[in-house]
Design a protein around this ligand. Structure first.
Ligand code: TRH
Length: 378
């Protein structure tokens, strides 16, 4: 049992859906599994609505799945000390409103204050995880890092997730999304990536695959390549087959359904942070398109992850590096060869996915780890 009653979580949507995707997942879990009263402050309700359709984009304050959602309109505003929660989380180092910080300083006891950081497999996070940082008015803020080792905060994961995955029946779900029996019987690949991914090159290789492939692409993703392949607008429901490859455009689904899509496919292409973690819990082989950063910093992060995950899967590691435009030495220099090397490892990659899940489970989940650490600070 946590000694805390209330938690405030501040989320600024920098780009796309990962920021709100992660915060929303965490907020719901803290309510459902830990009984906390959670307020999620978010600046972009339209992005939120995309992954969670019940969200009302016009509401200043609303309750969604037991979470109080407040439209965070800016840094102005006066907050009373009674408005401040027992735990305050700023996600990805967002600046809290100065008026809120003032109210935090007035509280007794003061709230436990966290900066919840981004996920990386690099070793340095172990040294920074849980590190305190002195703030004005003698307040302390603590860094909390998700991660892949027991010296980090672990990964976000709901308690009932594995049970849900084991009970899941793919066929009705895929039918609902409009897939035919033939498409369902093929090797199914979900494709979620950034616009610079070499999707057209991949489509070309898959057209000549020995077995049929169904590639499922959320609407708006890889839009140029999808339009070129389907010869139409590429809206949800668009579908075309050339050679062994069928490409089908899916609607952007609510967040829980995206998990189901990952569970239903044989291979998942994911991106960012949240879909990357969900692919790991899906227990299926996956290829990660990492969020690009200046000076190719993301290549360093990708290599750090592959070193932990794919040390014994050279085909998967080589493919992932090429997919991200990272230099690969001694690897095949064409997509057909890269695909063949990845496909040849399907059995080993599936076994690795299951073993990795067990390894990650041993570190506990991020929400529980965060609350346990917070309790030591009171
Ligand atoms: O959307 P992303 O690229 O998001 C992020 C943000 O850009 C962020 O600024 C950056 O810091 C981070 O990447 C690294 O990728 P991500 O993290 O995978 O988030 C996608 C979310 O969208 C995830 O919660 C799953 C959800 N989703 C749906 O709900 N339905 C869908 O149909 C799809 C494809 C995704």
């Amino acid at each position: 049992m946590t000694p805390f009653r209330r938690l405030d979580l501040f989320c600024r949507v920098v780009d796309n859906y990962g920021d709100i995707g992660i915060c929303w997942r965490l907020a719901k879990q803290l309510v459902r599994e830990h009984g906390l009263a959670v307020t999620l402050f978010v600046d972009d309700l339209a992005s939120f609505q995309r992954i969670c359709p019940p969200v009302d984009t016009a509401a200043e304050r609303q309750a969604v799945d037991g979470v109080t959602v407040r439209h965070w309109r800016g840094q102005d505003g006066v907050y009373g000390k009674e408005e401040v929660a027992d735990i305050v989380i700023e996600f990805f180092a967002v600046d809290l409103p100065p008026g809120y910080i003032d109210a935090m300083a007035q509280g007794e006891p003061r709230p436990v204050w966290f900066n919840l950081e981004g996920l990386t497999a690099e070793e340095w996070v172990e040294g920074c995880h849980r590190m305190p940082s002195m703030q004005p008015r003698s307040m302390m803020k603590y860094f909390f890092f998700p991660g892949f080792t027991d010296k980090t905060g672990g990964l976000l994961r709901e308690a009932e997730l594995e049970q849900q995955r084991l009970q899941f029946q793919p066929a009705p779900f895929l039918h609902q999304l409009g897939l035919s029996e033939t498409e369902i019987a093929a090797t199914k690949i979900s494709l979620f990536c950034y616009p610079h991914a070499p999707v057209s090159a991949m489509f070309e290789v898959w057209q000549s695959n020995a077995q049929p492939i169904t590639c499922l692409v959320p609407e708006g993703v890889a839009a140029d390549a999808v339009r070129a392949f389907t010869g139409g607008e590429g809206g949800a429901g668009s579908v075309a087959t050339h050679g062994a490859l069928t490409v089908r455009v899916l609607p952007f689904v609510p967040q829980p359904d995206y998990d189901k899509l990952l569970w239903a496919c044989d291979l998942n292409f994911v991106r960012g942070e949240d879909s990357f973690v969900r692919a790991q819990w899906a227990g299926k082989p996956f290829i990660w398109h990492i969020y690009p950063q200046d000076e190719n910093l993301h290549h360093k992060k990708l290599r750090a992850f592959l070193q932990r995950y794919a040390d014994e899967l050279p085909g998967l590691a080589g493919f992932a590096l090429r997919w991200n435009g990272a230099p690969v030495h001694g690897e095949p220099d064409n997509w057909a060869a890269s695909w063949a090397a990845l496909a040849a490892e399907t059995g080993a990659a599936t076994a690795r996915a299951a073993a990795w899940q067990q390894q990650m489970l041993a570190h506990g989940d991020l929400a529980t780890n965060l609350l346990a650490f917070a309790a030591t600070l009171r």
